[in-house]
Design a protein around this ligand. Structure first.
Ligand code: HEC
Length: 107
């Protein structure tokens, strides 16, 4: 019994740590100044050629940024934008834009 409790609490703790690694929206807001020029205020781009980021799934945004950085997703504009971003920066930015009102992809 004690062992089960221990294992469960380890599992819960590691889930908690994972959630923490998902980014901080407030930190993301502070890092988003350079994104606004194309993606619009709060990620609500008024221009069709720049995707709306507001309200997009956090996981999708994070993995898109990582893919631009690794070169798996190729785009000359975004490749340049992410070049100097750390993993934590990308997680924070994803958390920030996902928390904005815009796209309605949740159901
Ligand atoms: C100079 C304009 C420009 C700037 C500045 C810019 N982006 Fe982008 N962004 C684009 C374009 C164009 C695309 C579409 C690229 C493609 O087709 O893959 C894009 C795509 C994206 C996507 C993928 C969206 C999707 O729906 O798949 C994310 C996420 C993103 N940008 C985040 C950011 C973040 C975060 C910043 C700031 C650090 C930023 N962008 C700055 C032009 C820009």
């Amino acid at each position: 019994m004690k062992k089960t409790v221990l294992i469960l609490s380890i599992a819960v703790t590691s889930l908690g740590l994972q959630a923490h690694a998902e980014g901080n929206p407030e930190a993301g807001r502070a890092k988003s100044n350079s994104c606004v020029a194309c993606h619009g205020a709060d990620g609500n781009s008024p221009v069709a050629m720049f995707p709306k980021l507001a309200g997009q799934e956090q996981d999708y945004l994070y993995h898109s940024l990582r893919a631009y950085k690794s070169g798996k997703r190729k785009n000359p504009i975004m490749g340049g934008q992410v070049a100097n971003l750390s993993d934590a920066d990308m997680a924070d930015l994803a958390a920030y834009f996902a928390a904005q009102h815009g796209l309605s992809v949740r159901y």
